[in-house]
Design a protein around this ligand. Sequence first.
Ligand SMILES: Cc1ncc(COP(=O)(O)O)c(C=O)c1O
Length: 390
Amino acid sequence: MKDKEIEKLMRRERERQAKAVNLIASENIVSADVLAALGSELTNKYAEGYPGKRYYGGNEIIDEVESLCQKRALDLFKLKPTAWAVNVQPLSGSPANLAVYSALVPIGGKILGMSLASGGHLTHGQKVSFTGKAWKGISYGLDKKTERINYDDLLTQAMIDKPHIIVAGFTAYPRKIDFKKFRNIADLSGAILLVDMSHFAGLVAGGAYPSPFPYADVVTTTVHKTLRGPRAAIIFSKRDERGFSEKIDKAVFPGLQGGPHMNAIAGVAVALGEANTPAFKAYAKQVIKNAQTLAAELKKRGWRIISGGTDSHLILVDVWENGSGISGKEASERLEKEGIIVNKNAIPFDTRSPFDPSGIRLGTAAETTKGAKEKDMVKLAGRIDGCLRK
Ligand SMILES: Cc1ncc(COP(=O)(O)O)c(C=O)c1O
């Protein structure tokens, strides 16, 4: 590289990533092929529009790249192109969710999503996000005792609020979601059901977590978490008389975006191809085994695990324990000094501030990609425990 300053920073970051134990639940490590696609000449091309309908010339090969990416997305989740449409152009997860609302929910309409404190995402209608300014965000919480979604309470709330759209999906909720129950609640309250599977898409692809596709109207996902691809997002929508897919395509382009990032879309295609293999299935199962082992080992050492465990790649640990422990911020700083990277996180019904909450969030996708197995999680639990108790 001619730019020595950036080259040096890239090298330092590469070395940091190689040395650190990465327990950030939303991160992963992409393959050399994904990196090659991202660093390719495809970044030079403007391709506003969709395959076969572009505003610029020279898009013959680009059309093939995008069509292949669409096909791989449908194939991976076993979706028929006659039943589901797919848009692979969203630049990332937040713009993907914004595109869905702008296509399907009238401005000022109601979005019912999981509250931030319970593990929902900002783009599920939170006030600080544009999704909570242009639309009216309403939140559902968790059952205080089980720290899980209470579907009876959710139904009651949906029947009172009558939202336009209900969002199922999370950024910090460790359990399975009952998509069938969400479908029923959406039907009874007359809402569209959006599943944001950003966190668990790789687990669904690997057959290790329930699929939302039999129940959802629309599914969004980032590609860069458990799915192990580049930073990008995908929107799937059911093809029916409501015409969601046409509205969503228009919302993405020209509604919210200009030219798609074709190098990223090629990287997405590569990642989707990689995810449709027996090796990826084994990885997805191992991600969950590792998370369950880590949760059980921490529990054995006296740490309170939110909801008592995990069904996914994600664990929430209450490190504050009503003042008998340390804060989430201190925990994440102590761990970082030991080379273990986590993030501080609110826990359900947290009494502390989001800037220094009671919990930490751990995820096992990146370490599983590096080859970690259960025995490594046992050791890791010992290191984490030692570090948080000293
Ligand atoms: C559930 C969920 N949706 C959407 C997003 C937003 O994705 P991005 O950061 O790519 O905008 C995230 C990111 O953490 C997420 O967890």
